[in-house]
Every structure is written in C-alpha cells, then in structure tokens.
Design a protein around this ligand. Structure first.
Ligand SMILES: C[S@@+](CC[C@H](N)C(=O)[O-])C[C@H]1O[C@@H](n2cnc3c(N)ncnc32)[C@H](O)[C@@H]1O
Length: 213
C-alpha cells in the first residue's frame, strides 16, 4: 500500500537504510515456500521497525503475529544485550521456518517462539514489556490491547500494523465488513484511551505508535 505518490515513495526507500542480507534471504524463502508471502513486513517497514526498536532499546519485546519472522528480526535489532523477544503465532507450519532464520541471526537465543492463539498465550506470559508489536488478526486488536495494556512498562510502546486498512478506514462502511469495523473500533480506542498517547503514521498500510502514560 502506497499512500504517497510512487515516485516519492521510491525516493523515500532509496534514501533509507538497505535491507540486511539475511532478511533478503528470508524474503526470498518466504516467497518460495510460504502461502500469502505478502503478509511479511517489507524492507522499508522493516527498517522503520528496526529504527523504532533501536530508539527504544527495549529489554522485553512482545510480538503478536510472527509469520515467517521478518518483523521479529527487525525488532530484535534494537534489543538490549540480555533482552528477549517473545513472539506468538497460531500457525504451526511456520514454526520451523522461523527458527531456521532466528538461528541464522545473532538473536537466536534471545527469541522465544510461542505457538498458539495469542488470546490464550498472552495471559500466560509472566513478564512486562517495553515494546509490543501487534500484527495478527485485526478483529482481535481491541482484545490484544486489553490484554497487554497492564503488561506494558511505564513509557512502554505499542506498535499496531495495518491501521489504515488499505484506506478503507475513510470509505463508506459496509456494516458486513467485519475487518474494517474492527480496525475503526481499534483506532478509536487508541485515540480515546487515557492510558496511552497515540500517533498514526501513514507508513505502508498504516502503523500506529502508542506510548503508555
Ligand atoms: C500479517 S502476519 C504477521 C507478519 C509479521 N509480523 C511480519 O511482519 O513479518 C499475521 C500473522 O498472525 C498470525 N495469527 C492470526 N491470528 C492469530 C492468533 N489469534 N494468534 C496468534 N497468531 C495469529 C497468522 O498466522 C500470521 O502468521
């Protein structure tokens, strides 16, 4: 999804950090072996996630929606030396693929994979987090927020992906469109909930940064 003219978007990408070699390899393998490869964060959003993580320098990261591990590795780039990423995905077919790439990276021992429904896994995590990335089923974003808000450290950050939902958030809503309804509800919650301050960034499909206050 490009919300700015394509030429300008090309310029933005050309003047941003290059994608590391391992992530190029991960993308090639994702396209060769995995269904719906476009679910992966692309190179530009990946560099944005990496940069945000480096600015925060988190000790504990939680990711909801691992897919093939692209965003996991981008977020791990900002980890403190003894920090960890807990990453959750419901699709067991992705588990071994993720591990191969995690272990090829320098963050292998710092990344903990959780296989299962995030709604059930999150309550079992006895940790609080400095950075949470929500990038799974949109109709549960509100539920994920409610599960993680009390697990955020003071000043902790929630990044939420796909919040502009291909621009559908400003189109006339078809009441049968459950996904768009869910994204609209989530965006309103982030704007109104007094426990966070929020800015929406028009990056790719929309990325929101919410900071706990
Ligand atoms: C858009 S992909 C994640 C992409 C990944 N964050 C990246 O940028 O490379 C969404 C993932 O969420 C997972 N997912 C969907 N519903 C889930 C649930 N209830 N619990 C855990 N994972 C879920 C899917 O299996 C899929 O791999």
């Amino acid at each position: 999804m490009h919300f700015i003219p394509e030429k300008l978007d090309d310029y933005v990408v050309a003047h941003s950090e290059n994608e590391p070699e391992l992530l190029q390899q991960l993308t090639r393998e994702t396209f060769r072996k995995i269904l719906q490869p476009r679910m992966s964060s692309g190179p530009y959003q990946g560099r944005v996630l990496s940069m945000i993580s480096k600015l925060i320098n988190p000790k504990y990261i939680l990711e909801i929606g691992t897919f093939t591990g692209y965003s996991t590795l981008c977020l791990a780039e900002g980890l403190q030396q003894n920090g960890t990423v807990d990453t959750i995905d419901i699709n067991e077919e992705l588990f071994d693929f993720q591990r191969v790439f995690f272990d090829k990276s320098q963050y292998g021992t710092q990344i903990v994979q959780h296989l299962g429904n995030a709604l059930e896994v999150i309550p079992e995590l006895n940790k609080t987090f400095d950075l949470v990335f929500i990038d799974a089923d949109k109709d549960n974003y509100v539920n994920y927020f409610n599960l993680i808000i009390d697990k955020l450290n003071p000043g902790g950050i929630i990044l939420s992906d796909n919040v502009l939902w291909s621009g559908k958030v400003i189109e006339t809503l078809n009441p049968k469109d459950k996904m768009t309804t869910a994204v609209l509800e989530y965006n309103t919650l982030l704007k109104e909930d007094k426990r966070v301050e929020t800015v929406v960034l028009p990056i790719r499909d929309g990325l929101t940064i919410s900071r706990s206050i």
